[in-house]
Design a protein around this ligand. Structure first.
Ligand SMILES: *[C@@H]1O[C@H](CO)[C@@H](O)[C@H](O)[C@H]1NC(C)=O
Ligand SMILES: *[C@@H]1O[C@H](CO)[C@@H](O)[C@H](O)[C@H]1NC(C)=O
Ligand SMILES: *[C@@H]1O[C@H](CO)[C@@H](O)[C@H](O)[C@H]1NC(C)=O
Ligand SMILES: *[C@@H]1O[C@H](CO)[C@@H](O)[C@H](O)[C@H]1NC(C)=O
Ligand SMILES: *[C@@H]1O[C@H](CO)[C@@H](O)[C@H](O)[C@H]1NC(C)=O
Ligand SMILES: *[C@@H]1O[C@H](CO)[C@@H](O)[C@H](O)[C@H]1NC(C)=O
Ligand SMILES: *[C@@H]1O[C@H](CO)[C@@H](O)[C@H](O)[C@H]1NC(C)=O
Length: 601
């Protein structure tokens, strides 16, 4: 190139300074790369050339395959594409839908405007084609425990990072995420990680990872899940008893298989035989041992243990408890029968000559309870009958007496000296509460007394209405009511006859006394003698000019010791006019104003 001469040394130094980061022609590509037929392949490529980086239109890149020109960055080309940024000296090439003709030796050439061109004959890329992708590599933890969170991974190799493979997991649900890792020679490893929590039911399921490569080729890998779990004793486990021996079978689901032992009355014993089918272990115990209510089955594996008490199906004849009964409570009459038996029995209620059906039956363990309600009528005898294969039991009950309420006809509303009251007598078994009612309202202030079957209710204060008042008695077996009329007549007599009569009497007496006082000398010791009357009244009153009033309605003539008073044949009534008349016509020494008299009434 340049011949160094002494006079050119300074120029050379200058050039060196300018080209401090100037580079020579270099190319970095893999020596070989494998491509999946029909898929894509990305050939990583980095190039350097002397001088500063140029813009894309100043650079042309060309690829040859076995000296056939396959790509030119300045021409339109299908399937071959420069995906690197040449301005950053990235000449990465992608070939899509790779076909057989693409395989061979690839050679890169670069032409840089105003610099030079360079064909990298030493840096060839050998591209091989493969027909089928490799199977993905599926990794599962060696031990998967039911309920624990685990992760599985699935790895696929490829050389098409621009369109990486798609992963699909089958048969197990979980969360997955994908990662990509660059390997050597343009090769990549993509991997999907599935995080999941296996359940017991997932044991033996096949976990599959399916990988679809660019171009549509699919490969998958599967692995069977081996989910470990602790023993679970099944409900189907049981014991049966015949006359001399007990035979028990304990069914245990577990992975790995369980060891099955037994405990009877605190004594441990092994199984007589063990059967294994899949994850099911069946242990059998056969023994003659003293009567015990139950036998314990114990199952153990390395993940845990489970035990279950298996009842011995002892057969017993039914037994009726002595607290079975027919009774009356506050609300109803009922019969209840408690029967203990193994196995539980059905209970039958019977009347002499008939079965009753409407019973409410509940079973709990060996105890059966039957309650009979509706169709019971009084004074019958009812039987409770319990039968099983091993015997029978029955108990007969006398139904207690009960009656619907009856209101006695001497119940009434009446008046006595203290006032108006209503009284109601009710006979019933059991005793009832009595309710007083007005039309449209209940009365509450009642005094109720109970004695035996008799309830007596007395209503007092709030009786104001002259409408009917009812007495109502209800129990489960019937109702009775009786309506009373508040005795209007008594009330009228009391208010309108008795009181006014007393008043009139008072007035007459008053008038008489007044007359006498005016006639006499205001002295005490009044003696009234009726001339033609039937009664006489003596009084010591009327001192100091006070007015005394006496009256008589059978005579019109009075006589006193001091003075005779003649009231001139005028009968005296509780009537204003008459009083006035009388006062005028009686002979007084002083004038008396009639107003004075009734002003005192
Ligand atoms: C070159 O370009 C490719 C495609 O865009 C890219 O994947 C790669 O990382 C680039 N290389 C460098 C060294 O930047
Ligand atoms: C087992 O017993 C339990 C509790 O009694 C019950 O919930 C469950 O359904 C039973 N399973 C089978 C298979 O009988
Ligand atoms: C019921 O039986 C128990 C025990 O047999 C006894 O103690 C109890 O007194 C009995 N009760 C009646 C009401 O007979
Ligand atoms: C009366 O007995 C019946 C039947 O046993 C029951 O359902 C009800 O609750 C009892 N009532 C009272 C107040 O005890
Ligand atoms: C009450 O009833 C009895 C029997 O029914 C009867 O003999 C009696 O006369 C009745 N008394 C009245 C006051 O109605
Ligand atoms: C009037 O009747 C009421 C209610 O029966 C009673 O409490 C009261 O003692 C009776 N009074 C007289 C004076 O009889
Ligand atoms: C009266 O009482 C009865 C029973 O307590 C109730 O059913 C009814 O509704 C009541 N009537 C009124 C008007 O309060």
């Amino acid at each position: 190139m340049m011949v160094l001469q002494p006079g050119l040394a300074p120029l050379c130094l200058l050039l060196t300074a300018v080209c401090t980061n100037c580079q020579s022609w270099t190319l970095s590509v893999p020596h070989k790369i494998s491509a999946l037929q029909g898929s894509c392949v990305v050939v990583p490529c980095e190039v350097t050339y002397p001088g500063v980086p140029k813009s894309a239109n100043e650079v042309t890149t060309i690829w040859y395959k076995n000296s056939d020109k396959k790509f030119n960055s300045k021409e339109q080309v299908v399937r071959w594409k420069e995906i690197g940024d040449i301005e950053r000296r990235n000449c990465t090439l992608e070939i899509d839908q790779v076909e057989n003709a693409d395989a061979g030796q690839l050679q890169f050439r670069i032409e840089v405007k105003n610099v030079n061109s360079y064909s990298f004959k030493e840096n060839l890329v050998t591209m091989e084609l493969i027909d089928d992708p490799l199977e993905p590599k599926l990794n599962l933890p060696r031990e998967v425990k039911a309920g624990d969170r685990v992760s599985a991974s699935c790895e696929a190799l490829h050389s098409c990072p621009s369109h990486p493979p798609q992963f699909t997991w089958r048969n197990i649900k979980g969360l997955n995420h994908v990662q990509h890792q660059r390997l050597q020679n343009g090769e990549w490893k993509s991997s999907s990680t599935l995080e999941f929590t296996p359940a017991i039911q997932d044991n033996d399921k096949t976990l599959t990872c399916s990988v679809e490569h660019r171009g549509g080729k699919i490969k998958e890998s599967s692995e069977r899940l081996n989910v470990k779990y602790q023993p679970r004793i099944q409900n189907s486990s049981s014991c049966s008893v015949n006359t001399t021996t007990v035979s028990c079978q304990c069914y245990v689901d577990s992975n790995p298989e369980s060891k099955i032992t037994w405990r009877v009355r605190n004594r441990e014993m092994g199984s007589n035989s063990i059967d294994q089918k899949g994850t099911m272990t069946v242990g059998t115990l056969q023994a003659a041992f003293p009567l015990s209510r139950n036998v314990l089955c114990l199952a153990t594996n390395s993940y845990g243990k489970h035990e279950m008490s298996l009842p011995l199906s002892l057969h017993e004849k039914p037994e009726i408890h002595n607290d079975s009964r027919c009774a009356i409570n506050a609300t109803s009459l009922f019969c209840i029968c408690f029967v203990n038996s193994t196995p539980p029995v059905d209970i039958q209620w019977q009347l002499p000559g008939a079965n009753l059906s409407s019973s409410i039956t509940t079973k709990q363990g060996d105890m059966t309870t039957a309650i009979l309600k509706d169709p019971i009528t009084s004074s019958q005898s009812i039987s409770c009958l319990a039968v099983n294969d091993y015997g029978r039991a029955s108990m007969t009950f006398t139904v207690p007496k009960y009656e619907k309420p009856e209101i006695y006809n001497d119940s009434r509303c009446a008046t006595n000296a203290t006032g108006l009251f209503c009284i109601c007598f009710v006979n019933s078994t059991p005793p009832v509460d009595i309710q007083w009612q007005l039309p449209g309202a209940n009365l509450s202030s009642s005094i109720t007394t109970k004695q035996g079957d008799m309830t007596t209710a007395i209503l007092k204060d709030p009786i104001t209405s002259s409408q009917g008042i009812s007495c109502l008695a209800v129990n489960d077996y019937g109702r009775a009511s009786m309506t009373f009329t508040v005795p209007k007549d008594d009330l009228m007599w009391y208010l309108f006859i008795a009181l006014p009569s007393a008043a009139v009497l008072l007035i007459i007496v008053l008038v008489v006394v007044a007359c006498r006082r005016r006639a006499g000398k205001n002295t005490a010791d009044v003696n009234i003698n009726y001339v033609n009357g039937k009664t006489s009244v003596d009084s010591e009153d009327n001192r100091n000019g006070e007015k005394s009033r006496y009256t008589s309605w059978e005579t019109n003539e009075y006589q006193t010791d001091d003075q005779n008073i003649y009231c001139n044949e005028h009968p005296v009534y509780g009537n204003t006019e008459e009083l006035q008349e009388m006062s005028h016509e009686c002979s007084y020494s002083n004038t008396v104003e009639a107003e004075d008299i009734y002003a005192n009434m």
